[in-house]
Design a protein around this ligand. Structure first.
Ligand code: NI
Length: 392
């Protein structure tokens, strides 16, 4: 079985590559992936899968029934591109101005379709079924939650969920497989500081919200450095500051925005609780008003230990010499968290950089590109993991 998976992966490599390059040339932003979903539906339909389109606007689901009874396994692939102007100079560069597959989702979809192709050739031997979910709008736009709301986890309801992300922070041949939390939960916050505006030369008759903001930003940094245990993880970043517009006016208000990342709920409560205390304390110190609004975006991505072990086992059977990082974690967040809140599963990171070929820019960078050999690893390992979970 393992040799067969590797042979088929290699046999279809050019197919995978051509799909990836086609998606790369025609990137589409979240909830606008109409051409993309058309290609996916066409390919899955040709393979004989039962295809449903229009879930969460542009999402596609393909169901592949095996020849024998067994579990339902969800495989999820994300579809959207980013508002980035490509600077790779690749032959297959984006043909849509200002839009680029700068995160690797083009590769995820190409791998997903190839996995469907390989599994469709083995369907008589399959115990159970595979539900291929092509999810729109992963980049902070809520595609996963909308798909779930529209019933993607029903009829049939999956027993296990799997997904992968290409990872340019590590070279091809590396895998990040971690049991428990692997990616952080994300929240965003808005802070409005209201002082009293006035003449820049008469500050004593104002309450300067810019000075308040300077203090507030500095004190907020002590939450991660002095409140959260050094053995736990949290990020608090102020990423946007809007205040004033000229030289001689102290403005009335300052607006701050930012993000919080944590792996654990208790750490989240600590961070947000301290933010509230600090905002209230600084407001009192400076005799101004500070409003804080925190909104959850995604929960942490938490891998199930049993499913994670199955993926590890599949990877080692296929590639005994592969480098596995069992402790990998990142503070980046991912929509897959919503699926894994509902279903035991595993999210795997697949190394995709190749510095010798200059393929090492980070995700979301205008020069982001990856070594397509990584797609082979992803296809084979995900296929192997499906068989492992089916007990084949
Ligand atoms: Ni991504």
């Amino acid at each position: 079985m393992n040799n067969e998976i590797i042979e088929k992966t290699e046999f279809y490599f050019e197919y995978t590559q051509s799909l990836r390059r086609d998606f790369h040339r025609h990137p589409e932003l979240g909830f606008q992936e109409t051409r993309t979903s058309g290609v996916i539906a066409r390919e899955l339909g040709q393979l004989g899968l039962e295809v449903t389109t229009g879930i969460a606007k542009t999402g596609v689901v393909g169901l592949l029934e095996g020849g024998m009874p067994g579990p339902t396994i969800l495989l999820r692939f994300d579809m959207d591109a980013l508002p980035v102007t490509e600077e790779t100079g690749a032959d297959y560069t984006s043909e849509s101005a200002g839009v680029m597959h700068a995160c690797g989702h083009d590769g995820h979809m190409a791998a997903g379709i190839t996995i469907a192709r390989i599994l469709s050739e083995c369907r008589e031997r399959m115990k159970g079924r595979v539900k291929f979910i092509f999810q729109p709008a992963e980049e902070g736009l809520g595609g996963a939650a909308l798909m779930i709301q529209e019933g993607v986890l029903e009829s049939p309801s999956p027993d296990y969920a799997l997904a992968f992300h290409l990872w340019n922070g590590r070279p091809v041949g590396w895998l990040g497989i971690t049991s428990g939390p692997i990616m952080a939960g994300a929240e965003i916050f808005n802070i409005r500081i209201t002082g009293q505006g006035g003449h820049g030369a008469i500050p004593d008759q104002t309450i300067d919200p810019i000075v308040v903001a300077a203090h507030l930003i500095t004190v907020l940094q002590t939450i991660t450095s002095r409140n959260v245990s050094p053995l736990q993880s949290a990020v608090l970043s102020v990423t946007c500051m809007q205040a004033g517009d000229t030289y001689n006016i102290i403005p009335q208000q300052v607006e701050l925005r930012g993000t919080i990342r944590v792996f654990e709920k208790s750490v989240r409560e600590l961070v947000v609780g301290r933010m509230r205390q600090i905002c209230a304390g600084i407001a009192q110190s400076f005799n101004c008003q500070i409003e804080l609004d925190v909104q959850g975006l995604t929960p942490p991505v938490v891998n199930d230990s049993r499913v994670t072990q199955a993926v590890e086992k599949a990877a080692l059977k296929l590639y005994p010499a592969i480098g596995i990082d069992w402790q990998f974690r990142t503070m980046v967040s991912e929509d897959m968290a919503f699926f894994l809140e509902n279903i035991p599963g595993c999210y795997v990171m697949v190394g995709s950089a190749n510095p010798e070929k200059g393929l090492c820019y980070g995700h979301h960078h205008p020069r982001f590109d990856f070594d397509e050999q990584a797609l082979g690893y992803a296809v084979a390992i995900m296929t192997g993991a499906v068989f492992e979970l089916m007990g084949i």
